[in-house]
Design a protein around this ligand. Structure first.
Ligand code: KIV
Length: 274
């Protein structure tokens, strides 16, 4: 037996990400919803894996994030948590699992932590969700906030356009960010807001901001993994950088397999048992 125990990778905690902001180290975050993708992301060294309610779109094919249930989020989170050895795992509280009562919010967050083993939860909104955040944080469950374009309110906004472009909404967002920090959030996602506003918010907070379509000055960045891998062909807003064209790679591979099967070229002698 070896006397040198294998080096365990340093686990990322909510404290780690706050400290990263303190020393000016950028934070990387990607979504995942299943074990295989989460294992690749964890082993690639990404700091935070977000089990986003975007699972409703990319995994289930819904038009919005609204239909996904708490049960479904628990299932996706269990799959991701099993894969994550180093990354911090954060899961979204789905629509209507935290807006009705603060006690309901705590129960939902508690289920994600107790039944799925998540390390923190994320929820959308400003001042109105502060009492729920306090209740969840007081119970020992870390919370990440989410401001700007909040997809659970899509029917209120009526559009996925950039938020807080006027000074009234921008000032409100800055105020909300401060309230979320005050309520105990350890980080805040800023989605689709002007880069200048994201800079103002980032400079005003001690906790990190994680941007998606919010410019270069955020403390970290998040993307939906299917978007950055080029798995979605029909969604290409300017804030997405495609690091691969997996749609093409996968289509080519699947077509090659299809063609080999049709021609009797798969399997060959070495791919069968004697
Ligand atoms: O659900 C999600 O994927 C998200 C990110 C876009 C931040 O909330």
């Amino acid at each position: 037996m070896s006397t040198h125990p294998q080096e365990t990778p340093l686990k990322i905690t909510t404290r780690t990400v706050v400290d990263m902001k303190g020393r000016g180290e950028k934070i990387s975050m990607l979504t995942a919803y299943d074990f295989t993708m989460a294992r690749i992301i964890d082993q690639a060294g990404i700091d935070i894996i977000l089990v986003g309610d975007s699972a409703s779109n990319v995994m289930a094919g819904h038009e919005t994030t609204l239909p996904i249930t708490l049960e479904q989020m628990i299932y996706h989170t269990q799959c991701v948590v099993r894969a994550a050895e180093r990354s911090l795992v954060v899961a979204d509280l789905p629509f209507m699992s935290y807006q009705v009562t603060d006690t309901g919010a705590l129960k939902s967050a508690g289920r994600l932590m107790k039944e799925a083993g998540v390390h923190a939860v994320k929820l959308e909104g400003g001042a109105t969700v502060v009492p729920a955040i306090r209740k969840i944080v007081d119970a020992g469950i870390p919370v990440m906030g989410h401001l700007g374009l909040t997809p659970q309110s899509i029917y209120k906004f009526g559009t996925y356009k950039v938020r807080a472009t006027d000074s009234r909404e921008a000032d409100q967002l800055l105020q909300d960010a401060k309230s979320l920090q005050e309520a105990g959030c350890f980080a805040i996602v800023l989605e689709k807001i002007p880069a200048s506003l994201a800079k103002r918010v980032t400079e005003s907070l001690e906790i990190p901001t994680i941007g998606i379509g919010a410019g270069m000055e955020c403390d970290g960045q998040v993307l939906v993994v299917h978007d950055m891998l080029g798995l979605n062909k029909d969604f290409s807003p300017r804030f997405i950088r495609r690091y691969a064209d997996l749609h093409k790679e996968m289509t080519d591979a699947i077509q090659s397999y299809h063609s080999d099967v049709k021609k009797g070229l798969f399997p060959n002698e070495t791919e069968q048992y004697g």
